[in-house]
Design a binder for this molecule. Structure first.
Ligand code: CTP
Ligand code: MG
Length: 399
């Protein structure tokens, strides 16, 4: 199943007024044009097939400017719409049919708050074998029928009544034939696609829409959408993500093996140092401390202090992780690069990552160990020492 997308954006937005402000789908809400919000959601949806946007011939420049900040806007096809929404959808379906899509979601550009969860619900209904799906909300208000005389004529029972939303979704061939039939019979008064499907006898399943998925119709809708996005933006400050780096070197002297990231590797040399000289953990300890301005490893564990003689360096790393957490930090990633001519780190890499994951109490996926030689040059190349560079990424809670 390939779910193509048709986004109709060829309307003139007469009910939203002020012709000088242009069609509503190009007006800014939350600092970006309405259509950029709409299109972005479909571009981000993992099941979107080809996307066709149906625009008015007068709006080519407006459209190009409105979507220019979307990284994948170039993948979106465009075609020109007609005088009615029905005609615009028809043009979109024709363009989509050439792409090989088997199903289609038909969406109003003027509904920028469509969300991925709704798209998933619709797709799941298509997956279950239904060829027509209509997201809708049950009507909450009491409904009245008024007359030309300005008086209430009757109260309409609201049980079983729904307000239709988009995207409405169908098997592409079926909805396209229904549109063709309507066009051939000059029926051009359908305001949505589910009503064409009903008219053509195609079954349409009702599913729960989304309360946020409103259509911007009048000027006030656009103002409220803008206010809502601005409120959200002030409530969601940028995340406090910090990175720290660390570097360490220890000298190699004759011996029987080295300890890197807490893993002992037999070798004809050993690293000399006050503790177990695990350069990898020392560099990472500094990287972690750097994310909260907590100094460096020497400040916390002075080499002059006899109690750290021969100490396992995991103590230093665990201490740095504790300090980070006390500052409100969550460790997102720990990355170590070793620069060593020998021993070969590759066979021990998984054990080293497992250790980092245990010492830092984070997923192994967030722990990385890499190694490179120094191409026989310099002190590392002459096997006089091993160097390590580390980067830690930590997200801090804001008070
Ligand atoms: N639409 C379209 N082609 C048309 C009319 C409407 O592509 N000839 C699109 C609109 O751009 C909108 C969606 O269909 O995204 C829903 O239509 P509506 O809310 O009625 O928008 P407008 O027709 O632009 O507004 P109005 O009816 O107030 O003029
Ligand atoms: Mg309209």
């Amino acid at each position: 199943m390939t779910i193509g997308i048709v986004i109709v954006a060829a309307g003139r937005g007469e009910r939203a007024g002020s012709p000088q402000e242009g069609p509503k789908q190009y007006r800014p809400i939350g600092g970006r044009p309405v259509i950029a919000h709409t299109l972005e959601t479909f571009l981000n949806w993992h099941r979107s097939g080809p996307i066709v946007t149906v625009i008015h011939p007068d709006d080519e420049g407006l459209y190009a400017a409105s979507v220019s900040t979307l990284p994948r806007a170039k993948e979106v096809l465009t075609t020109f719409g007609g005088d009615t929404r029905q005609r615009s959808v028809y043009e979109g379906l024709r363009a989509l049919a050439a792409t090989g899509a088997t199903h289609v979601m038909i969406h109003d550009a003027a509904r920028p708050f469509v969300d991925l969860a709704l798209l998933d619900r619709i797709a799941a209904t298509l997956d279950a074998g239904h060829d027509g799906v209509l997201p809708a909300m049950s009507v909450a208000d009491t409904l009245k029928r008024g007359g030309a005389d300005g008086l209430v004529h009757e109260t309409v029972p609201r049980a079983g009544l729904y307000a239709a939303q988009t995207p409405q979704s169908f098997a592409l061939n079926e909805i396209r034939s229904a549109h063709e039939k309507a066009a051939a019979l000059r029926r051009d008064d359908f305001t949505d696609d589910a009503s064409i499907a009903e008219w053509a006898g195609l079954p349409v399943v009702l599913i729960e829409g989304s309360a946020d998925n409103i259509k911007l119709t009048v000027k006030r809708d656009i103002e409220m959408a803008d206010e809502r996005l601005s409120r959200q933006a002030t409530r969601m400050p940028l995340p406090d993500v910090r990175t720290g780096n660390g570097y360490d070197v220890h000298q190699l002297v004759p011996g029987d093996g080295v300890t890197l990231c807490g893993v002992f590797m037999p070798h004809d040399q050993k690293l000399s140092g006050h503790s177990d000289a695990d350069v990898a953990l020392h560099a990472l300890t500094d990287a972690l401390l750097a994310t909260c301005g907590a100094g460096d490893i020497g400040d916390h564990f002075p080499p002059s202090d006899m109690q750290w003689k021969g100490a396992a360096s995991r103590i230093f790393l665990e201490h740095a992780a504790k300090i980070v957490r006390e500052h409100g930090g969550t460790i997102m990633n720990a990355d170590v690069s070793l620069i060593a001519e020998a021993p070969k780190v590759g066979p021990h890499r998984e054990a080293m990552r497992r250790n980092l994951s245990e010492f830092l109490d984070i997923d192994m996926e967030r722990c990385s160990v890499k190694a490179t030689t120094n191409e026989t040059i310099g002190f590392v190349g002459r096997r006089e020492g091993i160097a390590a560079i580390a980067t830690a990424t930590v997200v801090f809670q804001k008070d």
